[in-house]
Ligand binder design. Sequence first.
Ligand code: ZN
Length: 154
Amino acid sequence: MDATNGKFLCFPSSMDVRTRDELDMVDLSAQVEAQVSDTGIQRGTVHLFVAGSTAALTTIEYEPGAVSDLKAAISRLAPADLHYDHDARWGDGNGRSHVRAALLGPSLTVPIQEGQLVLGTWQQIILVELDIRPRNRTIHVTVSGTGSEKRRDQ
Ligand code: ZN
């Protein structure tokens, strides 16, 4: 490792995702992988944060069975047919969305080794839409660590 490759670098960027409906789950793995690869970072982490209080980030085996099971589990966690004070106060109708988002969490950190995301073979990064309507989501992506000085815009 030479001095250049040992320097700690940080690349902030973002990605925009349009969701289709409540409990839409979008596989972001390929996009995150591409953003990491663009930075040239070889060893470090990628941190993802979704701005907004009615969406979440997590990982899952992205196949219809597991996705359907997670949707069912989220629906049991904060059911649609309960009373929510948020709805009573604001009439938003998305009280359950806020509770579900708080429980799942807005961020995720994935290690990078040899320029690759350290994910399991059957582990994908997903955005979970918890609001009751389609939304435009911005995910803030921070890739940091050591590696080449190659930048996405060069
Ligand atoms: Zn609300």
